[in-house]
Ligand binder design. Structure first.
Ligand code: ADP
Ligand code: MG
Length: 613
């Protein structure tokens, strides 16, 4: 006789909320149904170990009937069990659900609430359970509900141990009956489950045309084994690489990887890959898949995985993670913090290990990994402490030096200065001036470097450490001058200033006259390091005011042209020469702009004419 009833007083509160809450993530019903089937099989295996049945979960798409069916040959349920586990949903999870729902109605929910089964009602207007328990004398049960609140339970006709759950998909959710979509969802959530999961599509047309159904084999969804569960010593390099390519759909090998494998004090398994990265930092995105006991939970959960590690690709499996709580809870959870710290430490260990034992390979990875490492340093003080001695600086000579190596190599010449370029092409003139002086110039040209070098100056713990761009001062190129010479220079500079201001049309131009070692150099522009960084920051963070260029023109009093300019009284030539010197100096720091070019070319022509007269 059919039994009718209402599931639980709580359920009436909970169903509308489930529907609303999980709205954006409805397809998790697939995960919940399949993982229940897997759980049932695991239980069956535990009850009857050693029995080698063809255990499997089969997901059948029957579009004509508007149904998705989830069948397993697991433990099944007796009528009492259906009563207990389905009808009287204990709802300890539900209470918690409600609590969190009230507390945090913005964030997403990333896990199950022990409400897994009821997720079916997000998409179905009728759910049927056919089940037969493996217990002696158990009778088959048929359970039906249309809204997850009222149900009917009666004797069933199932003859095989196990459970089949049929979801009749509601009209609004017909999209879920799309085979591609369902397959994609299955791949995503069930790709690594421990029990074989098959996907079977019943062809609509064959039924219509009355043809013999094309014998279409169900496809195995979880063909790839969860490599992260193997002991690292049993995994080959080849396995790691092909796993990477398969899971992340990439063709290129990863640079290297870290296999996480701990049982104590928490259970954490996973593999993190360092991908080969293109130069563009902004568009770079990693992908870290979070699993809970081989069941996919979500991508890039920043509460568990430190944000900077999101640039990597990988899988993390934390079976004990309290996923049945909201994200805001995870954020403050001590356990999660420990997990996250452990992951970071392992990544740092890998980097320092490579640096210490395999420096040349480490160097060859540096161009790819440096933005990630630097970002990590700025985000996480502990990580920085661990890896700071392995940070490398690439020199214009193609060497990779640590900070210490750089400083000791250029010892005595620069103090604690590091000369760098953030654009080796445009600043080529500046770079070669230093190189000619025997000073190494490092390239810091990625977007993150601007922040990174300021970070290093503050946080390296090295007093006086200073990053100086190749065009930030002329100190290295200066000859020693006596106080008298300096004074004389200053006086001459005064007169020259007026000439240059008039000639260049820049009334704010600052000018210094210095004796530079290289006589062939007429003039150079220097731009105060801090001021320049400040305006670069402003540009990056989208401030629309444009700071005036704070540049100083340094004229070389040792240079023939400058000398004759000082001595000359030719009022026609002097402004021309001054303007030309200014342009030449500018061109070694940046390309001239449109009207500047026009003026430069016209003036060059004029100067040539004068030479020919
Ligand atoms: P959870 O899986 O977290 O226990 P669910 O709501 O997903 O919560 O399922 C509730 C209970 O219903 C399960 O614990 C199990 O006892 C029972 N159940 C659900 N699906 C099956 C199935 N396919 N076979 C056997 N038992 C099932
Ligand atoms: Mg479940």
């Amino acid at each position: 006789m059919a039994q009718q009833g209402n599931i639980s007083i709580h359920a009436q509160n909970i169903m509308p909320i489930i529907k609303r809450w999980l709205y954006s993530d409805k397809d998790i019903f697939v995960r919940e149904m399949v993982s229940n089937g897997c759980d049932a099989i695991t239980k069956e295996k535990m009850l009857h170990p050693g029995e080698d049945e063809d255990y499997r979960v089969t997901v059948t798409l029957d579009k004509a009937a508007g149904e998705i069916r989830f069948a397993d040959n697991g433990i099944g349920m007796t009528a009492e069990e259906v009563e207990k586990y389905i009808n009287q949903v204990a709802f300890s999870g539900a209470e918690e659900f409600l609590k969190n729902y009230e507390g945090d109605n913005k964030g997403g929910i990333i896990g199950h609430f022990g409400l897994g089964f009821y997720s079916a009602f997000m998409v179905a207007d009728k759910v049927t359970i056919h089940t037969l328990s493996g217990q002696d004398d158990a009778l088959p049960v048929r359970w039906t509900s249309e809204d997850g609140m009222a149900f009917t339970m009666e004797d069933g006709d199932r003859t095989q141990r196990g459970t089949e759950i049929t979801l009749h998909i509601s009209d609004e959710e017909k999209d879920f009956l799309d085979a591609f979509r369902l397959r994609e969802t299955l791949n995503r959530y069930c790709g690594f489950m421990a029990t074989p999961v098959y996907f079977d599509v019943i062809k609509e047309e064959t039924a219509k045309e009355g043809e013999e159904a094309a014998a279409q084999e169900p496809v195995l969804i979880n063909a790839t084994k969860a490599l992260w569960l193997k002991a690292p010593k049993d995994c080959t390099d080849e396995e790691y690489k092909s796993f990477y390519k398969e899971v992340f759909h990439v063709y290129e090998d990863p640079l290297f990887y870290v296999h996480l494998n701990v049982d104590y004090p928490f259970n954490l398994k996973g593999i993190l890959y360092f991908p080969r990265i293109s130069q563009d930092f902004g568009s770079r995105e990693g992908e870290i898949k979070l699993f809970s006991g081989q069941v996919f939970v979500a991508n890039n959960i920043k509460e568990v995985i430190p944000e900077f590690l999101m640039l990597l690709k990988g899988v993390i499996d934390c079976p004990d993670l309290p996923l049945n709580v909201s994200r805001s809870f995870l954020q403050n959870d001590g356990y999660v913090k420990k997990l996250s710290a452990y992951i970071t430490r392992k990544v740092a260990d890998k980097l320092t290990g490579l640096f210490n034992t395999d420096r040349s390979n480490y160097q060859s990875y540096w161009d790819d990994i440096h933005p990630f490492v630097k970002y990590g340093c700025m985000r996480d003080g502990k990580f920085f402490d661990q890896v700071k001695d392995t940070l490398l600086y690439k020199t214009s000579a193609g060497e990779y030096l640590t900070l210490q190596e750089y400083l000791s190599k250029n010892e005595g010449r620069l103090g604690k200065k590091i000369i760098y370029t953030n654009d080796p092409t445009r600043q080529a003139a500046g770079v070669s001036m230093y190189v000619n002086e025997g000073v190494d110039v490092v390239t810091l040209d990625s977007l993150i470097d601007l922040n990174f070098l300021s970070f290093m100056e503050y946080s390296s713990g090295m007093e006086g450490l200073q990053f100086v761009r190749v065009d930030a001062d002329s100190e290295t190129f200066r000859k020693e001058m006596t106080e008298e010479e300096k004074k004389a220079s200053e006086e001459k500079a005064e007169t020259l200033s007026q000439l240059f201001r008039d000639a260049t049309g820049n009334p704010a131009l600052a000018l210094r006259l210095e004796a530079l070692k290289d006589e062939s150099l007429s003039a150079m522009l220097v731009q105060d390091e801090q001021g320049r960084r400040f305006s670069e920051m402003g540009r990056i963070y989208g401030q629309d005011f444009k700071l005036p260029e704070q540049v100083t023109l340094v004229l070389n009093s040792e240079n023939l042209v400058v000398r004759s300019l000082i001595a000359s009284g030719d009022e026609e030539k002097r402004p021309l020469i001054a303007a030309q010197l200014y342009d030449l100096a500018r061109m070694s720091t940046r390309p001239l702009e449109k009207d500047e070019i026009t003026a430069f070319l016209a003036r060059s022509g004029k100067l040539l004419e004068m030479l020919c007269k």
